[in-house]
Design a protein around this ligand. Structure first.
Ligand code: COI
Length: 353
């Protein structure tokens, strides 16, 4: 497919790396692609970053038929730019498309379009430690129609945002609130798809958690409110008695790429890594019997993020000594060393731009 490139005449000022937080600054250009049943995916173009004008009846605004991804580009010490496991994001986006009756993309077209956009925006990739270029591919339903059905037309776009740490705590442990009053997703629903509705479903509980002084919500399963699922912006891991445990993917949990990387690294290092159902009662019991050593979350935005406190009902579980634990540290260092090209990549996870 031909790619048309239109360069902006008005370059934005670039932020200082030290000022970067998450998701507030966007680069000069974006990638756009349209789907129409007659033309299939067509009109691939890189254009100046701009607002998307749409009919107020556009289906995505009414019924939320939309999917997205999050991945990052990193600058290496030699000035190269590299992506971390982009094909995993591309495949997951295609699985999300299937779940929401949207059109899948050719994997190579997706990757090549992304690389072309990043090459144009190469000066936007920050270089300071902990910074990266966050990539947000998104696809939305575009038919102007108020009946409930799948749209026939779609817009796919990619925007880029230079970022620092996702949490203001940085690598310091965050506090998490375990809710029994709300659920994020249920089996048979859309929990494993990266779709805005899952995030909309998390807002009310997240707001209550914030008001109580907690950074995020830990979701329990939507059927029994017993088994731990995920945090919404992260998957979750527990270190109990030297075993690393994470909830097994059951259809309502997002299959995180950092989650998968931790599992693969842990197994390679000979650690005991188990994917299984784990109940909140088991965590409370492990804490009481002093077997709970660490809790940490994983995600593209959050990387590896230690959890220092869980609140469940009237119980407060304090993990470790308020500092990031050694296991979280080891995974954080290993993953970021590979991402920034500081260490060899034995898994073939890195794709140069
Ligand atoms: C990510 O980790 O990339 C996410 O999409 C989580 C959140 C920022 C929505």
């Amino acid at each position: 497919m031909d790619l048309t490139i239109t360069m902006t005449k008005h370059l934005k000022p670039k932020p200082d790396d030290s000022e970067l937080n998450f998701g507030t600054i966007f680069t000069d250009h974006m990638f756009n692609l349209d789907y129409h049943p007659d033309q299939r995916w067509h009109n691939a173009r890189i254009e100046p970053y701009h607002c998307i004008e749409m009919d107020p009846a556009t289906m995505v605004l009414h019924y939320g038929q939309a999917i997205f991804e999050g991945l990052k580009a990193f600058k290496t010490s030699s000035g190269g730019i590299q992506l971390f496991r982009p094909m995993e994001n591309i495949r997951r986006m295609n699985r999300s498309a299937h779940a929401l009756c949207m059109k899948q993309m050719d994997e190579n077209l997706f990757l090549e379009s992304l690389k072309a956009l990043i090459r144009i925006e190469k000066d936007w990739v920050p270089g300071a430690p902990g910074t990266s270029l966050y990539i947000r591919p998104t696809c939305i339903a575009m038919d102007p129609f108020l009946g409930v059905r799948s749209s026939y037309t779609f817009r796919f776009f990619i925007i880029l945002s230079p970022v620092g740490a996702y949490y203001s705590e940085g690598f310091n442990p965050i506090k998490i609130w375990v809710t029994k009053d709300h659920v994020r997703a249920v089996r048979g629903g859309l929990g494993e798809a990266k779709t805005p509705g899952n995030y909309a479903a998390s807002l009310y509980a997240a707001q209550k958690a914030h008001e109580a002084g907690y950074t995020q919500v830990l979701w329990l399963d939507g059927v029994e409110l017993k088994y731990v699922e995920e945090v919404g912006s992260m998957n979750i891991f527990f270190v109990i008695n030297d075993e690393i445990i994470t909830p097994i993917l059951n259809g309502s949990i997002l299959p995180g790429i950092t989650r998968d990387s931790v599992i693969e690294l842990g197994k390679k290092w000979g650690m005991k890594v188990t994917e299984r159902k784990i109940s909140i009662d088991e965590i409370i019991e492990a804490h009481s019997s002093r077997k709970l050593q660490e809790i940490f979350g994983t995600g593209t935005a959050a990387v590896v993020s230690p959890v220092g406190e869980l609140k469940y009902d009237d119980k407060i579980i304090t993990v470790g000594d308020g500092q990031a634990g050694p296991v979280a540290h080891k995974f954080f260092d290993a993953i970021t060393d590979i991402q920034y090209g500081r260490s060899k990549d034995p898994f073939g996870w890195i794709v140069p731009v």
